[in-house]
Design a protein around this ligand. Sequence first.
Ligand SMILES: [Zn+2]
Length: 272
Amino acid sequence: MDGTGNAGDGGQGRPDGQERSDAADAPERPDRPDAPDGHRRREPHHPSMNARLNWLRAGVLGANDGIVSTAALVVGVAGATMNITAIVVAGIAGMFAGALSMGTGEYVSVSTQRDTERAALARERRELAEEPDAELDELTGMYRDRGLSPDLARQVALQLTARDALRAHAEIELRLDSGELTNPWVAAFTSFGAFTLGALIPLLFITLSPDAWRVPATFLAVACATAATGAISARLGRAPAGRAAMRCVLGGAFAMTVTYGIGTLIGTADGL
Ligand SMILES: [Zn+2]
């Protein structure tokens, strides 16, 4: 199951699985086979492990959002004016605007997802109570569709139904782990916190640097920070870290260049 809108991209940025550089500088996975096709290393197999990885990636991506959007905002204002108060006010407002919007957005999206999952589970529970035979046939059919022989599929369905029928249906039919519905508050606070942490980096650098160094120092700090978030999120998703870091750095640099250009144009036109 995809926990959140942000975390749901388990397949995005997946490695093609053949990156030697990635395998070479990632010694922390002792169970990673050296076989070049590297099938087993694609995905940690425990579902809650997957969920945790998704959360981590969502947090890192949220921080990246905070870094880039706040940096672009303060650099844009700094392009228009030397007034540090204006820059700081814009930065703080932007930080809260972004963090609150991410937090509430995540709350809404996870709540909706959870309602959907609960409704699906309730429907499944009702069907199991009302027509257990049809549900057993359905489960058998799903295992047959997956390539099991009719006899074996029946056997699997019978045993799974005896153990925990709802869970068996949730897992294969709804692709849900019935014990693990995501908490929207946790999602909201994670996003809020991650965005805020990220936003503090450009905010501190533009505030604390000497006037002449504000923009270049922020630019540099953001390049380092986005390289880190890109590399970490790639590593969590088993993708090559170098390329992801480069993409993140370029994305941040592009955003800052655009807003700085806009700020400079407006500042010049306005005579600020
Ligand atoms: Zn069912």
